[in-house]
Each structure stands twice: as structure tokens, then as C-alpha cells.
Design a protein around this ligand. Structure first.
Ligand code: AMP
Length: 222
């Protein structure tokens, strides 16, 4: 059976993480999220985590060679039916690395598509700028999901804070990185005719329906 490889693109805060989760649940493809893999390395205090932490806090990309090794390791235990990438490849060098990896594992009939969850910069700033977090793991949004008491967590009552990578300066950096480094990768898929573009400024359910509709048309999902 043809392997399916779906690669999600979208600015930080575009909702591509939520959408790729929904798709992974439906399709049983292995989801590979570099941001999550890196965050767990940081939390575990591993050698990789220690190297990655500073870059992540500034909102710039972690060096490509570290990411490539991490992807290769993750692919060892991935499903044979295919994968969903979320957050990789993020620049042209990573695309080159991925092509090198694909040369070994992708067959002629396999289906490789990019999925772009498109949102404007102003929407990203609204979404991420209003986000508040708690040490217990709960996440709020000042406008869309506010806590019952201003500045306090509903779950544990602790004071809410702004994650380092949600500070305005870091959000701008992450957007700059997306436009300068990740969009050329999108162009590559667009020119190859295998990019699916979805309007990300809709409800979560509607975005999911749009993605499923396009994938069904391409016979990627049933
Ligand atoms: P994300 O949760 O996808 O926004 O990722 C959070 C941070 O992890 C990014 O700002 C980068 O510092 C780092 N990161 C995630 N994926 C990659 C990648 N493919 N290449 C380099 N750095 C990455």
C-alpha cells in the first residue's frame, strides 16, 4: 500500500498542531512534532535539550543537524503506513535533509503533500499575545478562554504568566523566521503542485472538515 506523508505548514499560533492532531487521530499515521520532541528533551535536561533551550527561548531555529538526528531517531519507530510532520522542515536545508531521508524510505507511488494552515500575522499576534499559562500546565486566552479570576488559574489558583516564547518580541521573531525561512519551503511544494492551502481563520471544526474534504478528493483518506 502507498505510504502517506503529510507535512503541515503554518505560522506559530496558526492551529496546525491542533489540526495535525485531529488528522493523526483519524488516520493513525505517526505524528512527528519537532517542537514537542524538543520541549521534552529540554524538560528531560538531555544533552540535546541543553543545546536547544537557548534557541527556543529566543524564537529562532535550533541547528539543522540536531533536528535531522532527532527526526532519524523518531522515524525508526514510526508507522509503516506513513507520517504527519508538524514543524518540519522549517527551512531549505531541512528540506534538503528530508529529501535525502525520503530517497531511502519513500517509494514512487507514495503520496507526499504539504498542508498550509494560512493565518495573517495580525491574527497570530492576537492569538499568541493573549495567551496565559500556569505552572500546572493549564493554558488560557485573555479573550477566547479567560480564567474566572483575572490573572489566576481556575485549576490550581496560582498566578498566570506569559510563556517566554509568547512575549511580543519573541512572537515577532518567530513570525520573521516563518516568513524568511519556512515560506521558501512552502513555495517548493506549491511549485510541485502538491500543496493544499486551507484558511486557518475559521473554527477548528471547519478547518478540519476542509482538510478532510481536500484529502478525500486526492484519495489520501477515505
Ligand atoms: P513550535 O512549537 O513548532 O513553534 O517550536 C518551538 C521552537 O522549537 C521553535 O521556535 C524553534 O526554536 C524550535 N523548533 C521546532 N521545530 C524546529 C525545526 N524543525 N527546526 C529548528 N527549530 C525548531
Amino acid at each position: 500500500m502507498a505510504k502517506k506523508i503529510l507535512i503541515f505548514f503554518g505560522a506559530p499560533g496558526s492551529g496546525k498542531g491542533t489540526q495535525s492532531d485531529l488528522l493523526a487521530n483519524k488516520t493513525k499515521l505517526t505524528k512527528i512534532t519537532t517542537g514537542d520532541l524538543l520541549r521534552s528533551e529540554v524538560a528531560a535536561g538531555s544533552v540535546l535539550g541543553k543545546k536547544a533551550k537557548g534557541y527556543m527561548q529566543k524564537g529562532v531555529l535550533v541547528p539543522d543537524s540536531l533536528i535531522k538526528d532527532m527526526i532519524l531517531k523518531r522515524l525508526e519507530s514510526a508507522s509503516k503506513s506513513g507520517y504527519i510532520f508538524d514543524g518540519y522542515p522549517r527551512n531549505l536545508k531541512q528540506l534538503e535533509d528530508l529529501e535525502e531521508i525520503f530517497a531511502k524510505i519513500v517509494k514512487k507511488n507514495d503520496l507526499v503533500y504539504g498542508i498550509e494552515v494560512a493565518v495573517s500575522d495580525s491574527e497570530v499576534k492576537r492569538r499568541l499575545g493573549g495567551r496565559r499559562a500556569c505552572v500546572c500546565g493549564a493554558v488560557y486566552h485573555l479573550k477566547y478562554n479567560p480564567p474566572k479570576k483575572t490573572g489566576k488559574c481556575d485549576v490550581c489558583g496560582k498566578k498566570l504568566f506569559i510563556r517566554k516564547d509568547d512575549k511580543p518580541k519573541v512572537i515577532s521573531n518567530r513570525l520573521k523566521v516563518y516568513h524568511n525561512e519556512s515560506e521558501p519551503v512552502l513555495d517548493y511544494f506549491r511549485k510541485g503542485g502538491n500543496l493544499i492551502k486551507i484558511n486557518g481563520e475559521q473554527s477548528i471544526a471547519k478547518i478540519h472538515r476542509d482538510i478532510m474534504g481536500k484529502l478525500k478528493k486526492l484519495a489520501i483518506v477515505k
